[in-house]
Design a binder for this molecule. Sequence first.
Ligand code: PEP
Ligand code: MG
Length: 600
Amino acid sequence: MTDDRLLSGVGVSPGVAMGPAVIVHWSLPDVPHRIVPASGVAKELKRLREAAAVVRDSLEHLKERTRQRVGPEEARIFDAQILMVQDEDFLKSVEALIKENQLAAERAFEFKALEMRALWARSSSDRLRDRLADLSSIQVRMLRHLLGESIEMLLSKTDGPAIIVTRELTPGLTIQFDREQVAGFASIEGTRASHAAILARSLGIPCVMGLMSGIDQVESGTQVILDGTQGTLMLKPTREETREAKGRERRRRALERVLQRELTQPAVTADGADILLLGNVDLPEELESAAQHGAEGVGLVRTEFLMVGRTSLPSEDEQANYFERLARRFEGKPVVIRSYDLGGDKFPAAFRPPPEPNPFLGWRAIRVCLDQPEMFITQLRALLRARLKGDIRLMLPLIIQVEEVLETRELVAEAAKQLASARIPHAKDLPIGVMIETPAAALIVDQLAEHSDFVSVGSNDLTQYTLAVDRGNARLSERFNALHPAVLRLLQQVVTAADAAGIPASVCGEMASDPISAFLLLGLGYRTLSVAPPALPLLRWLVRQVRLAGAKRAAKAALKAKTTADATAALHEGIAEFVNLRVLEAGRLPRGKRQTSFKP
Ligand code: PEP
Ligand code: MG
């Protein structure tokens, strides 16, 4: 029997949170047409100014929180909005409308904002059109405040930390509140790859996205249990369900603590194979988290996140400083910087090209960089400078042909030439690797390997493009499975070709953080895995339990399987020789075959 109180989505940030739901409509509210008596005009003028001051303060507060919790670059998201909400000309025009027509403040504000929106939308200036998103944000904040529906007001009415329930979670909303105010997030739209999901993960706030049905029944104040590990939202839980959820969270935390203690142990399999475990860094603040979770370097830096909410490109100095910081923190260890992977769902508003019918098959990733050589060369110059400070490497996303690698090499040479003529110290070489994210790249990996220093499988995109299943579509999540026989064959082909060419092959997509898939990857021959930092302790523990010989046997059986289900079963059977995953799934650390004091 299905329980319609249990809504399912995709867990994008682990952990259990419980509390009252607060429904946040991050959209423009309906503003009633309200005329005030002549005697009420002064009050409306005051309300307008007060609202502008409150919204400005909350944006300043948000900016400061973003600066502290994420970084100065991301904090600039809010600059344009802070300027807008204080714009005297605009506020005076709203005041004039209030006085002339005896309009309520919210109605007058709405009129003027609509007027400005129409003007900007018609403008031929890209800059003005880009600012429309900021204008929308101000409009929502001002109108909701004037109507008494701001998030702050809603939260102040709840008892204890709340679970924010919304259609689409924005990065601003994610970052805005303390854990004392917000315990978790639930949204209809969004995926693991969305900025807001990434922020929720790095802030350690449980989050579930893709809650496609049933969410409209949730009313503000309803008690809910959100499970960001399982990807569920339970409405009106019984006492028993609450107790059970608390137990689940306790076990998850206990497991985390135990795994944390294993971090000093070498990542060596029980039969003595060295495995390199690297961290993926999306936001600058994750750098510390990667180090603390035992990363032995960084296998993927998603540089496009340097652009979150910005209206200008990050400068060469800013990028060089960031890359140098990474190099210093991981001294003597590899730091793989990926060139901007813009496009798909990752175009910050300020750089968004005209809409495309198929953005995921469109102008994105390496294509954008090669078509915008100035932007790319700035990044390459920063990389060449930072490489003087450590083992910085470059990695190219969404490669489909050899020419893309060759063109990049030419641009690297050009960047080095520019730096030399300006007498700016820089490295003479820059190792370049390609991401295997398309079937095209996987099928010609031998040819790509001739021009590459390493390859790294982006299993999220490789799965998406091989299966033609949108990785971000919650409705298709069952069909999105990296253990599909077609993906398995490509994974094997890649590592075999890399071995033959004598270059390292790694996996940096999400599949590497799933124990069963990691076991498969070891069995296929991958010796480097790069994952989100919180996934590292479990991975290290797992590596230490298994024997490579067993992993190889299981991988061979998985490759022979005719269905995803059979491949999965073969891997489960293989891994069971070493660990009891059922116990692990229940949140306890299973007693592995191997003692933690093992010395290779
Ligand atoms: C991938 O596609 O697997 C990958 C690592 O890149 P991203 O998730 O940033 O697209
Ligand atoms: Mg990718």
